[in-house]
Structures are given as C-alpha cells and as structure tokens.
Design a binder for this molecule. Structure first.
Ligand code: N01
Length: 547
C-alpha cells in the first residue's frame, strides 16, 4: 500500500446529485452490492438497462434457458435465513425460477427503491479534483459518487453475426441474450437458429418441438453433455441446507466454485477401460456437475492426448444417439474438449433425429447474407419466418466498453484496454480510483460458478470500502506495477493450459478485431480468493490509498 495526500471536496457539476456509490447493473452482482453498501450506511443508486431486475436472468428468457450449475450452489450465501427459506424445484433451475428468486431477494431486502430500471449508464467520468465519479445515463440522469461499481456482467453485450442485411429481414428476429418479455410462439413457423453454443443448445430442442420446421446453422460443433436435469430430490435439498456453511466453504475453496474431489491421476495413467468407465459414469449420472468431466483427471485441461480421450468418448456417444451418420459426423466436434465453454443440453442430439430439423454446415457453406425473406449461404437460399441469433456476446469487456469510462486526466478505459484488459485482480484498474469491476476481466468469473465469484468480489469491495472509511481514506487505486504483474500472471496461467489453443470467447476470438488474450483467470477460485484476502490483509498491497 502507498499512501499519499490529496485535496478533495470540490463539488462536481451543479446538477449532479451527490451520493456515495453508483452501481451499474441489477443482476445477482448489482443487487448484492447494493445490499452490502446499504448495510454500511452508504447512499447508493443502481442503474439497470433492463425493464426488470435480474441481469442475465432478465435478458435470457428464451425457451430452455436455465443455469447449468446446481441450484443449491447457484444462489446467495450471505443470509442464512434466505438460503433456508427458499425452496428450489429443479437440479438446474429454469430462467423463470431464477428470476422469481432474484425478485424475492429484492423484496425481502427492500432493494427496489434504489434501482432505476430502463436506464443505461452512458458515461462515468472521474473528477480528479473532487475525487468523485460523475455518472450520466441515457435518460439524462447525472449523479456524483465517491464509488463507481460496475456490476455489468460478463456476458451481457449481445453479439450479432458479421453478415449484411440483418435489418432487411421481414420476419421476426431474436437474440437469445435480448429476448422479449412477452412469450414468443413458434407454432407452425419456419425457424432458423444461428449458433450452437450454450444458448443455441438450450433453445434448439424446444423451438424444434413448436416450430413447423427448424434449420440450425452450425459453424463449430460443440461437446454437449447431458444436463441430467430433474426435479430436485427433497432429501438432497434438506441435506445441503443442514450443512450449508460447510458446503459454501468447500465451493469457495474449490477450483471452479463447485467442490469436486481433487483429481490425483492423469487420464493416461489409467487403462482405457477405467477411463471410459469414468466418462460413462459422468455421462449417465443425473447428478453430475457441469465440470465433472473436466475434473476427473489432472491433465484433461493441460494435455492434448489426455483431452482427446474425453473428446472421443463424447464423439462416440453422439454417433450412438444421432441416427443419420452424416448428421452425426457433422455434430462431432474435432477440437479440444472443455476449453471452449462446456455445454449441457437436454435432448440436444436427439433433436437432430426429427424429420423437421435440418442441420446446415455453416463452416463449409458460410452464411453470406440475411435477406428480406431469410438467409443465404455460399450454396443456398433459405426462407424463414423467424431467425434466432444464438451468436453469443462480446464477453468480459463488451459491457464495460459500451460505457464511456474515463479515469484520471480523462484517460479512456476503452483506449487503455485496446490491446486487452489490464486489471489488478480483475477488480480495479490503475488510473481509475474507486472504480471496481465485479467479476471483471482477470478474475475467475466465467471460469467459475458465478454465484460464488460474485459474492467474493462483493464482499471484498465492501470490506475495502469499510476499511477506507474507518481509516479516513478518500481513494483506493490499483498501482500500475501491480496491475501489470497481475495481468501477466493471468496470461501465464492461461498459457499453462489448453485454453489459448482454441478459438472461443474466452480468448476474445469470436469478436473480429478483439485482442486475443485470456480474459478470465484460470488459477482457481480458491487460490484467487486467498490472493485477494492476502492483498487486503497486507493493507491493500498493490493499491495506493489516498487520504
Ligand atoms: O454464445 P457462444 P452463447 N455463422 O459464443 C456461432 C453462457 N451461457 O450465447 O463457435 C454461424 O458460446 C458460434 O460459432 P463458432 C456460457 O458461459 C450459459 O451460446 O464461433 N455461426 C457459436 O456456435 C456460454 O459459453 C448458459 O464457430 C455463428 C455461437 O454462434 C456463454 O454464455 C446458457 C456465426 C455462439 O456461441 C455464451 O453462450 C447460455 C456465424 N456468422 C449461455 N457467428 C447456461 O447454460 C457466431 N456463430 C448457464
């Protein structure tokens, strides 16, 4: 920690309402942050672009949307009564249940009164002299706040395809990450889905059931593991609730925010039979986790040969499920397993056995245009009533870059991150005092159970603000050296794995021109938490605190 002294207290623009903190976003992160800051006695304004609370779970209303982490582990842990009173109904709760939960939390802790909906923050500009952030919105709001906390989400800036004519389509267009609030009926319609990531895999089977005909445009096949979703076992729910403290602790100390037995053997150290028996047990076990297939052996994510054993097991299952061998071959991924985001599906491969579902190879015959009546590829014209873009996000940095964030001396965050995000712990940025990013780039975030990582950041930020207040500190700012070193470490940790070898949004390759770096920290949730706690225990080592 470095301490300096600085004059402060010059009021910012006349019309700006002065408050203690602005939180951008009212999803799981923003609402929790609001609650904690209020407990500290701070005045807080939350701005939320959506028409309701919930962030991801407000926007992703497409048929089939559900979380792929077990309900008992994907929820808030901050209030023992809350975690006891809420009853989950499914292993992997669907979007409406998650939204009900989030709204229940908002009501229970009276959070709504400090949230302004349908309001997009457009700029956050730091006033050096006043040591305050001036925040403006698309609805003309202006507030001046000591703290600016970005709870903007990692997957909240939807990305469309880079093909011409999108606006010319006369039918209905949807992006999975910006789904309408009203129910959408696909009965009797000819529907296209572009994209076979987590969103496409969830939406495809349900749209297929309703539509007259569904055409799926797949550019890269994904490894889709059976979700094994089912009604929650009441005994399981009771058991977890009876030992929630121990369960939470284990999740927090784990690699991915979901406690798993620690692997001690490499996949190549055991016989093929033993390996396949393990893979089959994960495939068939209705209680397996998203990460079960990744965490059984020590080397799945670090050794290509080991990785291939899991990959081939899944390819074999695809061939068993899909009756047309040509379709099965197209659905069989050729690349590494698990270093693109693992995907869980329900009836996904089975859906391709329907007569009214067609799979188009958008790698061999790329999409070239959206037309008034449908889509064109290099080989064919298609007519559709509806197009669903399941084309993903400008992940990790997209939502932050959408805001004009300017720190000391008017420096732009977008420009600072032109070659990739540079952060200290994924929490703070040099030159941007008192600005915190919840699950920001350079933290485990998307490589973990988000509920665990969000709470860790919210708690860390709350503690930091509390310490600042009691020590009479006005600003906390990441130091440039610490930030450089951390960012280098994030990259090196990624380089020790197979992640950088594959094109994916984890490395930014889905957005043309986006720097190819590792956007999340793969060092593990538990180790990362220890590092953050150590930084705090050492008096916020790597931060400059100014009186
Ligand atoms: O987005 P994606 P997503 N022509 O980027 C394709 C979380 N999530 O919304 O791979 C044809 O994964 C693109 O093809 P390719 C989860 O973390 C979780 O599905 O680039 N295709 C790809 O298939 C997830 O990872 C859940 O070759 C084109 C797809 O669009 C993250 O959100 C549910 C194309 C995009 O896949 C993002 O998932 C949903 C083109 N021109 C989301 N352009 C849960 O289950 C793009 N594509 C909790």
């Amino acid at each position: 920690m470095t301490t300096t002294s600085q004059h402060s207290g010059i009021p910012t623009g006349k019309e700006a309402r002065e408050i203690d903190a602005v939180v951008v976003g009212a999803g799981l992160a923003g609402l929790h942050m609001l609650h904690k800051l209020r407990e500290l006695g701070l005045s807080v304004q939350v701005y939320e672009a959506g028409g309701g609370l919930g962030g991801t779970w407000y926007w992703n209303r497409y048929p089939g949307a559900r979380v792929d982490v077990k309900s008992m582990y994907y929820n808030y842990s901050f209030d023992p009564e809350l975690e006891q009173e809420w009853e989950w109904t499914e292993k992997l709760p669907p979007q409406p249940e998650l939204l009900r939960y989030i709204n229940h939390v908002a009501d229970r802790f009276d959070l709504r009164k400090d949230v302004q909906l349908r309001t997009r923050v457009t700029s956050a500009v730091y006033d050096d002299a006043a040591a305050r952030w001036r925040i403006t919105t698309d609805r003309g709001d202006a507030v001046s706040a000591r703290f600016a906390i970005m709870a903007t989400g990692c997957l909240s800036a939807p990305k469309m395809v880079e093909i011409p004519g999108i606006e010319t389509f006369r039918g209905r267009s949807f992006h999975t990450g910006n789904w309408p609030e009203q129910d959408v009926d696909f009965t009797g319609r000819r529907v296209a889905v572009i994209g076979t990531g987590s969103s496409g895999v969830q939406v495809i089977p349900l749209v297929a059931e309703a539509a007259a005909a569904l055409t799926v445009f797949q550019r890269t096949a994904n490894y889709v593991l059976p979700a094994g979703n089912h009604a929650i076992d009441p005994e399981f729910q009771r058991d977890i609730k009876s030992r929630y403290r121990e369960v939470r602790k284990a999740n927090r100390e784990s690699s991915f925010g979901i406690a798993r037995p620690v692997a001690t053997t490499g996949a190549l150290e055991v016989s093929e039979d033993e390996r396949n028996a393990f893979y089959r047990s994960v495939w068939e076990d209705k209680d397996s986790e998203l990460v079960s297939m990744l965490t059984g052996y020590t080397d799945t994510l670090t050794d290509e040969v080991a990785n291939e054993t899991a990959a081939q097991f899944i390819r074999d299952r695809i061939a068993e499920i899909v009756s047309d061998p040509a379709v099965a071959r197209l659905l069989q991924p050729s690349g590494l397993f698990g270093v693109k985001r693992p995907v869980l599906g329900t009836n996904y491969y089975e859906t391709y056995n329907r007569d009214d579902v067609r799979l188009v190879d958008a790698a061999a015959t790329p999409l070239t245009a959206v037309t008034a009546s449908g889509l064109e590829t290099t080989h064919e014209s298609f007519e559709f009533d509806d197009i669903i873009y399941a084309t993903g996000y400008d992940a990790m940095t997209g939502a932050l870059a959408a805001i004009d964030i300017r720190g000391r001396g008017g420096a732009s965050l977008r420009e600072k991150w032109a070659d990739g995000p540079v952060t200290y712990l994924g929490l703070a940025v040099a030159g941007f005092p008192n600005l915190f990013t919840i699950t920001g780039p350079g933290s485990p975030s998307v490589l973990s159970n988000m509920a665990v990582s969000i709470e860790q950041h919210v708690d860390w930020i709350t503690d930091a603000i509390e310490v600042m207040r009691s020590a009479g500190v006005t600003t906390m700012e990441a130091e440039s050296d610490a930030e450089q070193e951390w960012t280098r470490h994030v990259g090196e940790a990624g380089d020790m794995t197979l992640y950088p070898k594959v094109d994916s949004w984890y490395v930014g390759s889905n957005v043309p021109g986006k720097p190819r770096v590792m956007y999340a920290y793969i060092g593990g949730v538990g180790a990362y938490r220890e590092k953050c706690d150590q930084v705090a225990a050492d008096g916020y080592d790597g931060f400059t605190l100014t009186q």
